[in-house]
Design a protein around this ligand. Structure first.
Ligand code: SAM
Ligand code: FES
Length: 347
């Protein structure tokens, strides 16, 4: 099996059958070998720097009904909120003081945020913080919308593809959501000029080794700048309440593989990883990740952006999250960078 890892390290790709064999023959020892290689590649490209992104969860209204998600439209128990433009700007102000040079606006698909409103928010953010990058993560929109927001200053866009297999996609989403549209959005965003991120949850209901192989092939085809991979964690008020969550072990293995497949990828150690294991994010960094996304949302809305059960950091102030992260990274020999943390090709 080590030969397959060596080849992935050298050529950055394997055949579908080989990906499958590698995944099916995982052992602790093999994983250690993979992580060593992944760290080597990561350090060669990004040294020991860990890029931080200030996550602003600006709305939990959503018109979608993804079966896995705690803020889906049908969850009548979710207490809904929207941040005003001023509130978003004060999150940025606090974040800038703390050394953040990337702000991520993430939210449900909320029609309230029309292109006009988004453009206004983005222009104000860019005018106030011209040295910062802005990442959007607000789902599927039209080409015109993506274009307008790019022109207003958005630099990056996160849109996990969730699964690259049609049948699996339809087990995770209602009929009106289509994998083809999701993929089209990703290619569109990339063509417009965004640094784009796709990704998926590990252990989502219906996922198999074969669907994961399809995910890896799609990631290779899209060649994104960022890849978001975190464990699926059930939420008690969703149709998947009784499903089993994804494992730390498989999530780390996939993160290591993606680092070898795309050596200069921006790869976050996600909050979900930190939720299923107290040192999950540190383990993610040691498996090849180079990004963390501490929460900058106002404390009073944090517990309302509950995508899954037991989400961490919901009671902490932005500064606490920031310094907690710094301690965690330093404890494993890495260092938080005060910079935009762009993809290597843009630096
Ligand atoms: N609405 C935007 C979108 O769909 O891309 C951004 C917000 S959405 C909540 C962000 C990501 O959260 C999704 O892409 C999904 O992978 C992840 N997520 C949602 N529910 C989850 C769960 N139960 N466990 C782990 N991750 C989850
Ligand atoms: Fe819309 Fe989760 S269903 S953000």
């Amino acid at each position: 099996m080590k030969e397959l890892i060596d080849r992935l390290y050298q050529t950055h790709s394997l055949s579908p059958e080989e990906y499958k064999v590698l995944l099916e023959n995982r052992t602790t020892e093999l994983a250690e070998y993979l992580f060593e290689k992944a760290r080597e590649v990561r350090i060669k490209n990004y040294d020991h720097d860990v890029y931080i992104r200030g996550l602003i969860e600006f709305t939990n209204y959503c018109k979608n009904d993804c079966y896995y998600c705690g803020i889906r439209k049908s969850n009548k128990k979710a207490e809904r909120y929207r941040l005003t433009e001023d509130e978003i700007l004060s999150c940025c102000e606090a974040g800038y003081e703390l050394g953040f040079r990337t702000f991520v606006l993430q939210g449900g698909e909320d029609p309230y945020y029309t292109d006009e409103r988004m453009v206004k928010i983005l222009l104000r953010m860019k005018a106030s913080y011209p040295d910062c990058a802005i990442t959007l993560s607000m789902g599927e929109r039209s080409h015109e919308s993506y274009q307008a927001m790019f022109e207003a200053g958005a630099d990056r866009y996160l849109l996990r593809h969730e699964t690259a297999n049609e049948e699996h996609y339809s087990k995770l989403h209602p009929e009106n959501m289509r994998l083809s549209n999701r993929k089209a959005c990703l290619f569109d965003l990339k063509n417009i000029g965004y640094q784009v991120g796709c990704g998926f949850m590990v252990g989502s209901p219906g996922q198999t080794v074969d669907t994961i192989v399809e995910d890896l092939l799609f990631i290779k085809e899209l060649a994104p700048h960022m890849v978001g991979i975190g464990p699926f964690i059930p939420h008690h008020d969703t149709p998947f309440r009784d499903c089993t969550g994804g494992t730390l072990e498989l999530t780390l293995f996939l993160l290591g593989m993606v680092r070898l497949m795309i050596p200069d990828v921006l790869l976050p150690a996600t909050t979900a990883l930190g939720t299923i294991d107290p040192t999950g994010r540190e383990k993610g960094i040691k498996a090849g990740c180079n990004v963390v996304m501490p929460n900058l949302s106002p404390t009073d809305v944090r517990s309302k952006y509950m995508l899954y059960d037991n989400k961490i950091c919901t009671g902490d102030e932005a500064a606490e999250c920031r310094f907690c992260m710094q301690r965690r990274m330093e404890s494993i020999g890495y260092e938080i960078a005060v910079s935009r943390g762009d993809h290597l090709s843009m630096q």
